[in-house]
Design a protein around this ligand. Structure first.
Ligand code: PEP
Length: 253
């Protein structure tokens, strides 16, 4: 049986956005959400760190949540340039993305480090969005399910619940390329992830949100969001403006 899970549409702005335009976009989004009588999904924007406080102030009391893009595993200390989960909570974040493929590739983050970061997010009382996904080369070798299975085992800490954890399946070859897996491919990977979550976390694994990410846009959102075990999306490029993001949100409203 497939559980009814409330979808999450999350925008990852990466290293994009300056204050005045960012505020305009997020306010447009909050206004559109406020016009929905009973929205069928949650909406999140993860801006770069300097925009967290102003964006949070702009959307406070609205249906748009704010989240971080990464955190350090420690609560505080001599870690120049890093931000702790506790600091993100203090800035008004509800979620933190950990293990994005750009962090894994550009900063050499291992699944063990991702797991420690996810533990930090839980320690701070926030929700971790834990990213996993295979590269194009791994996919071509038929290793997708094995790779994501191992990342899942190694990146998710003990104590994950449907409340404190979201899993995002993001095939690396689909991020920012305009390429997407077929709906059938997404269904097969998500079914495999769901099976693993169920075996490890029992009922919590049945209810845990499982996002698809990688070149989601208005034109493919309806099809991708209708796939079984897809409970929302993690969106990069198409989350930067309300005009591009809204059709994706609408696919889950
Ligand atoms: C991402 O980076 O998480 C992402 C999904 O990017 P895009 O939507 O631009 O492919």
């Amino acid at each position: 049986m497939v559980a009814k899970v409330r979808p999450l549409i999350a925008g990852n702005w990466k290293m994009n956005g300056l204050k005045s335009a960012a505020l305009r976009e997020v306010k447009k989004l909050a206004t559109r959400m406020s016009k929905e009588k009973k929205p069928g999904c949650d909406v999140l924007i993860c801006p770069p760190a300097p925009l967290l406080a102003p964006l949070r102030a702009a959307v406070k009391g609205s249906r748009v949540a704010i989240g971080g893009q990464d955190c350090h595993a420690a609560a505080s200390g001599a870690h120049t340039g890093n931000i702790s989960a506790e600091m993100l909570k203090d800035a008004g974040c509800g979620y933190v993305i950990v293990g994005h493929s750009e962090r894994r590739a550009d900063h050499g983050e291992s699944s063990k480090e991702v797991r420690a970061k996810a533990e930090a997010v839980h320690r701070a009382g926030l929700r971790a969005i834990i990213c996993i996904g295979e590269t194009g080369a791994e996919r071509n070798k038929g290793q997708t399910l094995a790779v994501i299975g191992k990342q899942l085992t190694d990146s998710l800490p003990k104590g994950c619940t449907a409340k404190n954890t979201v899993v995002a399946y993001e095939p690396v070859w689909a991020i920012g390329t305009g390429l997407t897996p077929t709906a059938g491919d997404v269904a097969a990977v998500h079914a495999s992830i769901r099976g693993r979550l169920k075996r490890r976390f029992k009922d919590e694994g049945v209810k845990m949100r499982l996002l698809y990410g990688g070149s989601v846009k208005g034109s493919n959102a309806d099809e991708l969001m209708a796939v079984e075990n897809v409970n929302g999306a993690l969106v990069g490029g198409a989350s930067l403006t309300a005009a591009d993001f809204w059709p994706i949100v609408k696919a889950c409203l």
